[in-house]
Design a protein around this ligand. Structure first.
Ligand code: GDP
Ligand code: MG
Length: 598
């Protein structure tokens, strides 16, 4: 391989601007995938990605492109997710590249994640190549999009390819741009070996498979790879590239992106972001790693069936391999038994992980309502981090509670500024600024408690702006708030998994709403169940779930047996996601009830 002919690049964009579609066209145009194999969003291989139409996991493919200069180039294309929750994946893929193709939808222009991704690319010193997509749409406004790219991002865009990833129009110009403008990888095959692990996953036959970008030197089958962070050594059994099918090779050299199998059974030995070197050609120092991301929201995950606790742990460990932004530790709840407190980068991330656990590992889970991390300052001056509301220290030992605030940037057409400001005020937001982006678009900036965003901010924002606003946030810091724990009691007993931290001014309202919601969600049982909310040692709301009057089966007594069976089956179905807490059966939805605001 001639290293000067290698090009490693990513495609970055705001969600829905057409990254995956462009990747599809590139695969087709380079005959990497035959027309017979071609399907839309080919690189979105996870079932969940295909269903939701979003990219969650990064994907790396090798392809060959014969350019107009007559030379055949070796491309490594790394597709990335666009949603804010997955920016960790994006920054990881970028660390393996020298260039980034920036896709901007000509009917939408520059949006929040367009900018966020550009910053990530700049952090990694990448050459950024703007591409104007969806020019086939009647609503495409190419001139305005160019103007926005130049004004808001500061990149020259006059010569940017104007393409339709859908029809394939001008996509070849993008490939020529990559050949001309993305630098070849720097390192040297003669240097000590350094490869960056930027992804990994578990294969039941071959153990952990790592995905690396070789920055210096080479790795061969039979070499002994050394993980520098964990100081563990394994012999390489197989390695190769993806096209996107797995293709075996004898070695991976500087500039190549590929996979390595080495019968790694100890998942803990592999850290994404770690450097791999070899015993045969050892490097003395690792490559710079990535910035570790801190989880923003936490929730408890519990198996419906307590016997599956260790299955859940194994599943979490395996998911963590391919998603190092997931964190978890064991937790016990009086109500729910043994489970894990898990940390996520955001709500979509939480949703996706939960669904992956259930699908890929066939688990039935109960998830408690998401919570942010509070800082509880005790009267003796110490601070404890509280990610589980049930563990908030006793009010008598507390001097104050601080909660995380985020700086929320909401990009919107001017006419929605009114409703957006109203929404932010209702969410305890503090006005910061309105930036003027162009004739029609503004960037509304508020400081808002993260816990308020966790509730239903995003849905509310979408509905009050007809979907036109885009939203991004970054952690700003911690501030004291008038917060306290609210407990929920069923049948006179506190259910720890239903505890929540609320603002004093909203405690009465929230207590009432939650009690009513629980009354709606918890099925009637053989006896009456009092539902109460307690705040600061006082009952602030109560209601009752009435007892069932009759056995449902009594109705079909002596009657049609198949109908009886159906009823029983229906009940069983309904029970699947129920957890018996003391003498009360609680359905999954009830644990989310503490998020309800109206
Ligand atoms: P991603 O989220 O950036 O990966 O976006 P996708 O590639 O999944 O595309 C989002 C949507 O835009 C899909 O429905 C695509 O079919 C559509 N799309 C992508 N490129 C074009 C284009 O050039 N023209 C039109 N009309 N639609 C496009
Ligand atoms: Mg996609």
């Amino acid at each position: 391989i001639d290293q000067s002919l290698i090009r490693n690049f990513s495609i970055i964009a705001h969600i829905d601007h057409g990254k995956s579609t462009l990747a599809d066209r590139i695969l087709q145009l380079t005959h990497t995938v035959s027309d017979r194999e071609m399907k839309d969003q080919l690189l979105d291989s996870m079932e969940l990605e295909r269903e939701r139409g979003i990219t969650i996991k990064l994907n790396a493919v090798q392809l060959h492109y014969t350019a107009k200069d007559g030379k055949t180039y070796l491309f490594h294309l790394i597709d990335t997710p666009g949603h804010v929750d997955f920016s960790y994946e994006v920054s990881r893929s970028l660390a393996a590249c020298e260039g980034a193709v920036l896709v901007v939808d000509a009917s939408q222009g520059v949006e929040a994640q367009t900018l966020a991704n550009v910053y990530l690319a700049l952090d990694n010193d990448l050459e950024i190549l703007p591409v104007i997509n969806k020019v086939d749409l009647p609503s495409a406004d190419v001139d305005r999009t160019i103007h926005e790219i130049e004004d808001e991002i500061g990149l020259p865009a006059d010569d940017a390819p104007r393409i339709s990833a859908k029809t394939g129009l001008n996509v070849q110009d993008v490939l020529e741009d990559i050949v001309k403008n993305v630098p070849a990888p720097q390192g040297s095959v003669n240097n000590p070996t350094q490869a960056l692990i930027f992804d990994s996953y578990y294969d039941s036959y071959r153990g952990v498979i790592i995905i690396v970008c070789v920055k210096e030197g080479s790795i061969k089958v039979g070499d002994h790879i050394h993980f520098m962070a964990t100081d563990s050594v394994y012999e390489v059994t197989e390695l190769g590239v993806r096209t996107p099918h797995e293709v075996k090779q004898d070695e991976l050299v500087t500039g190549e992106v590929g996979w390595i199998a080495a019968s790694i059974k100890t998942i803990k030995d592999v850290h994404v972001g770690d450097t791999v070197t070899t015993i045969e050609n050892p490097a003395s120092a690792p490559l710079p790693g990535y910035k570790k991301m801190n989880p923003m929201v936490y929730c408890g995950l519990y198996p419906v069936d307590n016997a599956r606790y260790s299955d859940l742990r194994e599943a979490l460990e395996k998911v963590e391999l391919s998603d190092s932004s997931l964190v978890f530790e064991p937790e016990t709840s009086q109500a729910l038994g043994f489970g894990f407190r898990c940390g996520f980068l955001g709500l979509l991330h939480m949703d996706v992980i939960e669904e992956r656990l259930e699908r890929e590992f066939n688990l039935d889970l109960i998830a408690t309502a998401p919570s942010v991390v509070y800082h509880a300052y005790l009267t003796d001056g110490t601070m404890v981090e509280v990610a589980n509301p049930a563990e908030m220290p006793d009010p008598t030992t507390l001097s104050r509670i601080e909660e995380p605030y985020v700086k929320a940037s909401i990009m919107t057409p001017e006419e929605y500024i009114g409703p957006i400001m109203e929404l932010c005020q209702n969410k305890r937001g503090e006005y910061q600024d309105i930036e003027y982006l162009d004739d029609n678009r503004r960037n509304v900036i508020y400081s808002i408690p993260l816990s308020e965003i966790v509730f239903d901010f995003f849905d509310k924002l979408k509905s009050c702006t007809k979907g036109y606003a885009s939203f991004d946030y970054e952690l700003e810091g911690y501030r004291p708030s008038k917060l306290q724990k609210m407990d929920i009691m069923l049948n006179g007993e506190v259910v720890d998994a239903l505890s929540t931290i609320v603002h004093k001014d909203f405690a009465y309202d929230r207590g009432r709403i939650i009690c009513n919601k629980l009354k709606e969600l918890i099925p009637r049982q053989q006896f009456e169940i009092p539902v109460q909310a307690a705040f600061n040692g006082k009952i602030i709301a109560r209601t009752n779930i009435k007892a069932v009057r009759k056995n449902v089966l009594a109705k079909c007594y002596g009657g049609d047996i198949s109908r009886k069976k159906k009823l029983l089956e229906k009940q069983k179905e309904g029970k699947k996601r129920m957890k018996a807490v003391g003498s009360v059966e609680i359905p999954q939805e009830a644990f989310m009830a503490i998020l309800s605001v109206d």
